[in-house]
Design a protein around this ligand. Sequence first.
Ligand code: SF4
Length: 58
Amino acid sequence: MNKDCNCTPNQSIHCTVSNCAHHCQDSQYCGLNSIQVGTHEANPTMAECTDCQSFKLK
Ligand code: SF4
């Protein structure tokens, strides 16, 4: 992602992961149109078991 581009906050995707390249730094939203959510667990039982798989390090 070109960091000079303005991030358009997707108000359907709240996110606080400011280390992510897709995060809109001045608001707590993701700039993507959609994200992929998955899990790293065989049998997920709580929110901590899930991951945003669209994460990209800034
Ligand atoms: S891609 Fe995932 S982690 Fe990154 S800003 Fe969007 S919702 Fe947050």
